[in-house]
Design a protein around this ligand. Structure first.
Ligand code: ZN
Length: 234
């Protein structure tokens, strides 16, 4: 892969991004699509709002290292905090990956992927959005938006957006809040082959990553289970 494309793919440049609202950056092609989806959502009574978009490599590395050192909670599949000291290094790595991407291999690096809420569903101004399944369940605060999105995606009327983590494939836990602009995201995913991933893992970008030796030893499994293992039925 050419060096510029690799930087885009792994969250180490912002040159392909444009601002969304005040606080966010997205891929320029995702901006138009997202605004169109937002407008349609408003006609249906929802305030479709981004709460997480592009995330740089360094930020993902910090999340990773905090979890790998036990400074930030590791969660069970049910979302309950686990006892860090009872886990092996390998268990820690795979536990992190269930909920957080490996730095360099997050779809949030591409600017095509956006975590969303329905601002109108917020119970009050002090409510802290958690991005957990219960908020998006049928009777959850964002349940209405979630079923509206289901239908739009099914009808192919979501301006290219879909859910890469719609069900549990044994990799990343289901994330109903995570939308991806498929036409552009797929190009990144296709370019980010296992060979590219493995070569990048061996580069200096990772010199400060905790548990790197475990990641390197399990590179193939991590790639297959957590990077390539997304919803491709569309
Ligand atoms: Zn996300």
């Amino acid at each position: 892969m050419n060096p510029n494309k690799l930087e885009e793919c792994t969250g180490r440049t912002q040159s392909h991004l444009v601002p969304l609202d005040q606080d966010y950056l997205v891929h320029q092609e995702a901006l138009i699509a997202f605004n169109s989806l937002k407008e349609e959502a408003s006609f249906a009574g929802f305030d479709l709002t981004a709460v997480s978009t592009f995330r740089p490599f360094e930020e993902q590395l910090e999340i990773w290292n905090n979890k790998a050192l036990g400074k930030r909670a590791l969660l069970s599949d049910e979302g309950e905090p686990l006892d860090f000291n009872s886990l092996s290094e390998e268990e820690v790595v795979f536990r992190i990956l269930r909920w957080s991407a490996l730095p360099g291999a997050s779809r949030h690096h591409w600017g095509t992927d956006i975590d969303v809420i329905d601002r109108k569903g917020l119970p009050g101004p002090d409510y802290r959005v958690q991005l957990v399944p219960s908020e998006y369940a049928e009777n959850g605060i964002f349940g209405g938006l979630s079923s509206w999105l289901d239908q739009r995606i099914k009808d192919r009327e979501a301006f290219g957006f879909y859910r890469p983590y719609d069900t549990d494939r044994g990799g990343v836990a289901p994330e109903m809040w995570h939308l991806s602009m498929r036409p552009v995201a797929n190009e990144y995913l296709n370019d980010f082959s296992f060979e590219v991933f493995e070569e990048f893992l061996n580069s200096d970008a990772y010199k400060t990553m905790e548990l790197r030796h475990i990641v390197l030893k399990n590179a193939k499994k991590i790639y297959e289970q957590f990077v390539a293992n997304v919803n491709l039925n569309f």
